[in-house]
Design a protein around this ligand. Structure first.
Ligand code: HEC
Length: 108
């Protein structure tokens, strides 16, 4: 009975993968960062409970190091690990975008 829905699920998966042209998750990832990370780092990522995640504040850090913090959190601080929600390439992508100045969420 459940198999009836399988083609639908596969189709949804395929379409999200085919939007991939580089970054399938861009829009969702931007929203997640603005909302979930924003709850600590500030909606404009200027800092709050968490440190600012602006280009200026992160200058000089490597994307790799930031991606490790995003995936594993920062021990002894409020920064939680995100590896259950984010893949390694996604964390790397976020880190790279943060270093450039994080993109705004597109309004629907
Ligand atoms: C529960 C609060 C909280 C949430 C949610 C949170 N962070 Fe953090 N984050 C922190 C705190 C606090 C620090 C500062 C840790 C310290 O004292 O060094 C931090 C540090 C960081 C750093 C290192 C900054 C630096 O200057 O080295 C990065 C990168 C980062 N967070 C990214 C993220 C991303 C991306 C998300 C969302 C996927 C996120 N954080 C969600 C609390 C949070």
């Amino acid at each position: 009975m459940h198999t009836r829905y399988l083609p639908l699920v596969l189709c949804a998966l395929a379409s999200s993968a085919s939007a991939s042209e580089g970054v399938p998750f861009a829009a969702e990832t931007i929203r997640l960062v603005r909302q979930d990370c924003g709850s600590c780092h500030g909606m404009s990522l200027q800092g709050g409970l968490g440190t600012p995640l602006t280009r200026e504040a992160l200058a000089g850090q490597s994307a790799e190091a930031l991606a490790v913090i995003i995936l594993h959190g920062k021990h002894g601080t409020a920064m939680p690990p995100w590896k259950s929600l984010l893949s390694a390439p996604q964390a790397q992508w976020i880190a790279e975008r943060l270093l450039e100045g994080f993109p705004e969420e597109k309004q629907p």
